[in-house]
Design a protein around this ligand. Structure first.
Ligand code: SF4
Length: 352
């Protein structure tokens, strides 16, 4: 075979490389400022990403307090990515209520194409078909192929990109269109409640950075993590200061909100969630059976359910804790009573 023919054959059979995504030349590499007031003043839209959880709400009330001082509340939008029945009951309503109490616009986005469980099953069949085709192409037995895990994981966190990031980017497109022609790219300040104290990967995140994949010639998106350096105690103190209601899952003992069963959640949280939502846990067990891999790396939902049942058998079913349980651990019972009274009074004021 000639050298030319060999080269042609190599190119023809080489797997297609994904095309590198080019960022528009107008998109800066680094943010022009990291000063909160300057970031807020420069933004055409101040987008507060809210899961409805404690970090999101502390971030939202903190940013709204700063924006109010600068007369910029009219540029603030709270966005909640609705995860359907996968998230804790009432989360979407709570995020809307928090935005209403803060006096800012609220938007809900939702991914098309099913929730986390439906997507896991669909992904399994896609991965299976691909692996079987590759085996056939190589003259191997397709029935003996190993199929990659379909569940999301820290290495393949498609749940966040598909269910949250993607739909929120569509909202950004809509918000930019509302601005009309500015004669320059729109400036979006996307605020997140991520904190260094949550995990080692989150500790590595920059407090301010340019979101290059979300930016284009029409919009420059800057990500700001206003509470990146905050401790748990600071978050709860901000919740007490703001008077915004928080989700009751925290009073039950959950350390995080968003998906009731998070692939990255700690064992204590997923076992507690299985005690609180046994029917939903059973759905996860059924999907585990369909896709043939464990929900969490090294921990199956089947085992989680067994542990939950063992705890129920030992201690009896969980009893509803008093409202404010989570907060009182940080600010004391008296201050919690005042907080709860304020939450209720503001609810009545909004109804009136
Ligand atoms: S909460 Fe967990 S499972 Fe849900 S989208 Fe985020 S990382 Fe994925």
């Amino acid at each position: 075979m000639s050298a030319q023919l060999t080269l042609f054959t190599d190119i023809a059979t080489a797997p297609k490389r994904p095309r590198a995504r080019r960022t528009h030349p107008s998109v800066p590499d680094l943010p022009a400022t990291t000063l909160p007031a300057a970031l807020l003043r420069a933004a055409d839209w101040i987008l507060l990403n809210s899961s409805g959880g404690k970090d999101s709400q502390a971030m939202a009330s903190h940013v709204c307090a700063l924006a109010a001082k600068l007369g910029l509340l009219h540029r603030v939008v709270v966005v909640h990515a609705d995860l359907g029945d996968i998230e804790w009951e009432g989360t979407r309503k709570l995020a809307a209520d928090q935005a209403r109490r803060l006096g800012v616009r609220f938007e809900v986005v939702r991914a098309e194409g099913g929730d986390l469980l439906a997507r896991t099953v669909a992904r399994f069949f896609k991965l299976k078909a691909r692996a079987e085709k590759e085996a056939r192409d190589q003259g191997l037995d397709p029935a003996a192929v190993k199929i990659a895990p379909a569940w999301p994981s820290s290495a393949a966190r498609w749940c966040t990109s598909d269910l949250k990031r993607g739909p929120i980017r569509k909202l950004i497109t809509r918000l930019v269109a509302e601005l009309g022609d500015l004669g320059r790219p729109a400036r979006i300040l996307s605020c997140m409640g991520q904190r260094a104290a949550e995990s080692a990967p989150r500790a590595k995140l920059a407090p301010v950075e340019i979101d290059r994949p979300a930016s284009s010639g029409k919009r420059h998106v800057t990500v700001w993590r206003p509470i990146h350096g905050w401790s748990d105690a600071e978050v709860w103190k901000e919740i007490a200061r703001s008077g915004l209601p928080y989700h009751e899952a925290y009073d039950w003992g959950m350390s995080r909100l968003s998906c009731s069963f998070c692939v990255l959640g700690c064992e204590a949280d997923v076992v507690l969630a299985a005690r609180l939502r046994p029917m939903k846990a059973a759905e996860f067990v059924a999907v585990e059976r369909s896709v043939g891999t464990d929900f969490k790396h090294g921990l199956s939902m089947r085992e989680i359910v067994e542990r939950a049942k063992a705890l129920d058998a030992e201690h009896g079913e969980l009893r509803r804790p008093p409202r404010g349980t989570a907060l009182s651990g940080y600010i004391g019972k008296n201050a919690t009573r005042k907080y709860l009274a304020r939450v209720e009074q503001e609810r009545l004021d909004l109804v009136a």
